[in-house]
Each structure stands twice: as structure tokens, then as C-alpha cells.
Design a binder for this molecule. Structure first.
Ligand code: ADP
Ligand code: MG
Length: 162
């Protein structure tokens, strides 16, 4: 089940397009379970850019709000709920619980989480991990590693590979 995809984007637009690709793959998945996408990478790596591309690809109009301060923003697209979380300012697990994290994990819901590695509870339920790193010597480049950690995640990564 270890499915992974490694590729580089050379512009913010290319990162958005990769996000949109994963978004289309998400829609193709059945709705019996929530799908959790864990995004990791330094500040400015492109996590929000990726999520923005994903949501806009599914019909989101207007800019998305960064959930850095609100911790969570929810979008209704294609008849599904997309929760965008940013755990950068998360202090402890109790805060995640207070946010109602467990309640977000509804059938058909998609949960996109920046700084996911900050919460063990999030790591435990992730279907796909998206790791983003800077490509050294290149101003615009970002290296993406998509790694599945469930059967659903593996199907997603496979679909997004084409
Ligand atoms: P994060 O959410 O990881 O902190 P953001 O998506 O908010 O990062 O910011 C990424 C910044 O890097 C944006 O200003 C974006 O325009 C820029 N950038 C440059 N090249 C890329 C690339 N290949 N992919 C993503 N962002 C890029
Ligand atoms: Mg961000």
C-alpha cells in the first residue's frame, strides 16, 4: 500500500495545478469515510498555495482565507465539505479537541491540514501526507512528496499521478 509520488513545481501556478489535480482525485473517491490530507513544510513552502489551487479547482470563487489565526475555514464545494486547518499556532492536543477535530471526520468530508505533524492525532488519521521542501539553488522550485498512509490515500496518489 505504500504509494508515493515525487515531483517538482517551478512556480506557484504549478503548485496550484498540482493541488487542483489532487482535488479532482479526491472527488473521485467514495464518500463512506472522511479523507485527511496532511501538509508539511516550512513557512512559505507552499502549503496554502497548494490548498488554494485544490479548492479553486473545485469551484471556489475568490481568495481563500488563511486559517493561521482562525485555525479552521470550511468550504462547501461539489456537495462536499472541505475543512482547511492550520495548526501552526496550536499549543496542545486539548486545543485540537476544543476545535472539534473529531467531529470534522464525517463521511464525505475532506480535511486539509497545514502543519499536520504538530498533532499526533492528526498524523494517526492522515490518508495522504504532502511534504514540501525548497529546491536548493532555485528561487521558485518546490519539491513535493505525496505519500499514502491508507488504502484510500494510495488510490488518491495513483489517480493524482496521471
Ligand atoms: P505556506 O502555507 O507553506 O506557509 P504559502 O503557500 O503561504 O506557504 O506561500 C508560499 C509562497 O512561496 C508564496 O508567496 C508563493 O508565491 C511562493 N512560491 C514560489 N514558488 C513556489 C512554488 N513552486 N510553489 C509554491 N509557492 C511558491
Ligand atoms: Mg500556510
Amino acid at each position: 500500500m505504500r504509494e508515493s509520488l515525487s515531483l517538482r513545481t517551478d512556480s506557484p501556478e504549478a503548485t496550484r495545478e498540482l493541488g487542483a489535480k489532487l482535488g479532482r482525485a479526491l472527488l473521485a473517491e467514495h464518500r463512506e469515510q472522511p479523507i485527511v490530507v496532511a501538509l508539511n513544510g516550512d513557512l512559505g513552502a507552499g502549503k496554502t498555495t497548494f490548498v488554494s489551487g485544490l479548492l479553486h479547482g473545485l469551484g471556489q470563487r475568490g481568495a481563500i482565507k488563511s486559517p493561521t489565526y482562525t485555525l479552521i475555514e470550511t468550504y462547501e464545494l461539489q456537495g462536499r465539505q472541505f475543512h482547511h486547518l492550520d495548526l501552526y499556532r496550536l499549543n496542545d492536543a486539548a486545543e485540537l479537541e476544543a476545535l472539534g477535530f473529531r467531529d470534522l471526520l464525517q463521511p464525505g468530508a475532506v480535511v486539509l491540514i497545514e502543519w499536520a505533524e504538530r498533532a499526533a492525532e492528526v498524523r494517526a488519521v492522515a490518508d495522504v501526507r504532502v511534504g514540501i521542501t525548497y529546491v536548493s539553488g532555485r528561487d521558485q522550485g518546490r519539491q513535493f512528496e505525496l505519500t499514502a498512509s491508507s488504502e484510500t490515500g494510495a488510490a488518491l496518489v495513483r489517480t493524482a499521478s496521471f
